[in-house]
Design a protein around this ligand. Structure first.
Ligand code: GSH
Length: 269
């Protein structure tokens, strides 16, 4: 009998915006939205307690006829997730500023996710950017197929055609990096300890290499998304770049340093 899945509370965006204390982050219950899942893992490692906020979905509210994301846009001038509120500070909408905030407010004694050494820090942000930034692995993953989300993030036949090659190239850069690190006795991407690069890559790599249910549980809400991730791992160029080393690192980081099974809310299958 699988372990009973924890079901977290979610507050509304209005409630989150009205609060003046605590760290509030937007999620979709039951769905591992990749950037939200990564920020959740970053905050887990940094010991930052999170208050979960319902991300307003795209579209019009049937009752009021209003755009469901109008308030989100008013607060943040964008409509993606996660949005991160902390005390009365300005909301953060982009991974690099969310990471800086988590590092600053993180609990004493938790790992330093952004190296003090600037050479290592340059390596860290370079590796994170090819995964998270525009035209990185996730942006290209999203345009592998034509969808409302793909359309929002620049889908075209040409861009979609080039996406598998770019994704494979990025995976190979990370694989070569892990190989070089292994040769110097490190299981991590940068230096000799866990950094944000490991957490971001291990989490975002789920979009091309979905982990087992013990790590990412199936819910009624995420079946379609996990099937999409599974299909991505079968795209020949991507499959060709996915090594055992990549799989081992993903499993090691998620099961050793992150919360597993992932707590998503929603309805367990
Ligand atoms: N703004 C974020 C990216 C966030 C992002 O792309 N989030 C995806 C989910 S993981 C999203 O919101 N997708 C739905 C949407 O854009 O409506 C960043 O650059 O760090």
């Amino acid at each position: 009998m699988p372990e009973q899945m924890e079901s977290p509370e979610f507050i509304t965006l209005d409630q989150a915006a009205a609060m003046t204390a605590g760290t509030r982050v937007t999620f979709v219950p039951g769905i591992p939205a990749m950037y939200s899942e990564a920020l959740k893992n970053i905050c887990f490692v940094k010991g930052v307690p999170l208050i979960r906020v319902l991300h307003p979905r795209m579209g019009v509210d049937k009752a009021t006829g209003e755009d469901r994301q109008a308030k989100l846009y008013e607060l943040t001038a964008q409509t993606s997730l996660p949005t991160m509120f902390h005390d009365e500070e300005r909301p953060r909408n982009v991974w690099i500023e969310q990471l800086a905030l988590a590092e600053r407010i993180g609990a004493a004694g938790t790992p330093t996710l952004i190296p003090d050494n600037f050479e290592r820090r340059a390596e860290l942000f370079g590796l994170c950017a090819i995964v998270l930034a525009e035209d990185g692995l996730v942006w290209n993953m999203r345009i592998l197929v034509d969808s409302p989300l793909g359309q929002k993030y620049g889908f075209s036949a040409e861009a979609s055609g080039a996406a598998p090659g770019k994704i494979a190239e990025i995976i190979t850069v990370l694989d070569r990096r892990l190989e070089a690190q292994e040769q110097r006795g490190s299981s991590y991407l940068v230096g000799d300890a866990l950094t944000a690069a490991d957490i971001y890559w291990a989490t975002l790599s789920m979009s091309v290499l979905p982990p087992l249910p013990e790590v990412m549980p199936l819910t009624q809400q995420n079946q379609g998304m996990l099937k999409f991730f599974e299909a991505n791992s079968q795209v020949p160029e991507i499959a060709g770049a996915l090594t055992n080393r990549i799989e081992k690192h993903q499993r090691f980081i998620l099961t050793t340093h992150c919360e597993t099974p992932a707590v998503l809310g929603g309805d367990p299958l």
